[in-house]
Design a binder for this molecule. Structure first.
Ligand code: HPA
Ligand code: ZN
Length: 354
């Protein structure tokens, strides 16, 4: 249909995407076989018999916690640098097909280092896919390092230390690998900090020291908030972590004063409609506060979160929103412009995308 083509062709920026959330059942089984990783036996968990039974399992999650159990269990099959490269390459190729031109992607280093996989293995694999995506697909990207909020703060501190000592936050000339003569922009291996995993009971204020250090180092900052947690998880992240964005943020509608502050300060929410539906944060897509945000002038982008688990990549999310809200082309242009302006890229790149 004409509107579907219009949505497909919009120059999209994705801001809320967990690379580990791109592990499809097919790739999970493929990597488990290659790396000799034992999957749960039928007695332990009947879902792990085949890619098909696992896909069936992903059709229903009770809540965030129920999903996270599957998510962390799947991650165990990722071992070598090539595994991480393959995973990220699967994301970039699929996202490009959906019209993504720029992606700011999350990864969870603690979910790998806790299993004995080196930080460098993870980042080297992801960065190999990122360079290839820029060169072959024209998709630019940044990497956002997330802390797992259910783990002790000391583990986040250690992760921060590893990244600092490894020079991952330092500016270097990006893109030199292809010998290009063009003026390259200053790039960091890791551009920003994020905060994810179980929200309720794991308040943003716990991570104030890590974010303070990140701000001092000139890193961008975002945090999940207001997905399952009440609006104080949003205000807490703004007040104490000095985040530039809030990931999800749908419960912002419960606090009118905070909503006005978010508008005034131009904070961008990275909304994930299909994720909210799959994790029972909303009963149907029309309960995602898209119209409320548009009317109030809250800036937001539309994202896929964990596409291998939540019924599709970014275009499925755009289409689900269109089906529920019947937005005008001008409203879509506002959403896409806000997501370009809210990206952590130079003005020159924004101008290319607009
Ligand atoms: N919320 C919290 N943690 C996560 C998510 C999410 O949607 N996806 C992967 N880790
Ligand atoms: Zn998320």
């Amino acid at each position: 249909s004409p509107i579907h083509n219009f949505l497909a062709e919009l120059p999209k920026c994705e801001h809320h995407l967990h690379l580990e959330g791109c592990l499809s059942p097919a790739l999970l089984f493929q990597l488990a076989a290659k790396n000799n990783i034992a999957l749960p036996s039928p007695e332990q968990d009947a879902a792990y018999q085949s890619p098909a039974t696992l896909a069936k399992r992903y059709e229903y999650f009770e809540n965030l916690e129920d999903f996270l159990q599957c998510y962390y269990r799947g991650i165990a099959v990722l071992v070598t640098e090539q595994d991480f490269e393959m995973l990220a390459w699967e994301y970039f190729t699929t996202a490009r097909r959906d019209g993504v031109r720029h992606a700011e992607v999350f990864f969870d280093p603690q979910s790998h280092t806790d299993r004995g996989v080196a930080f460098e293995t993870v980042v080297a694999g992801f960065n190999a896919a990122r360079s290839r995506a820029e060169k072959e697909l024209g998709v630019t990207s940044c990497l956002i390092m997330c802390f797992l909020r259910h783990l002790p703060v000391s583990s986040a501190a250690q992760t921060m230390q590893t990244a600092i000592e490894g020079g991952y936050f330092e500016e270097s000339r990006g893109g030199d690998h292809d010998g290009g003569q063009q003026q390259q922009q200053q790039q960091r291996a890791i551009a920003g900090l994020g905060l994810d995993s179980s929200e309720v009971g794991f308040r943003p204020e716990l991570f104030v020291e890590q974010y303070r250090k990140g701000q001092e180092l000139g890193l961008h900052r975002t945090a999940h908030g207001g997905e399952e947690g009440d609006p104080t998880y949003i205000s807490g992240a703004l007040d104490t972590l000095h985040v530039e964005r809030i990931d999800h943020g749908i419960r912002l509608t419960e606090d009118a004063e905070l909503l006005q502050r978010v508008v005034k300060e131009g904070v961008l929410l990275t909304v994930c409609p299909l994720s909210n539906l799959c994790l029972q944060a909303v009963k149907s897509i029309d309960q995602v506060p898209i119209r409320t945000f548009l009317k109030a002038g809250v800036k937001f982008s539309i994202n896929s979160d964990d596409p291998a688990y939540f019924r599709g990549y970014i275009l499925n999310n755009y289409c689900a929103v269109q089906e529920a809200f019947d937005l005008s082309r001008d409203e879509w242009r506002i959403i896409v412009e806000n997501s370009i302006h809210g990206s952590w890229i130079q003005e020159k790149r924004k101008a290319e995308l607009l």
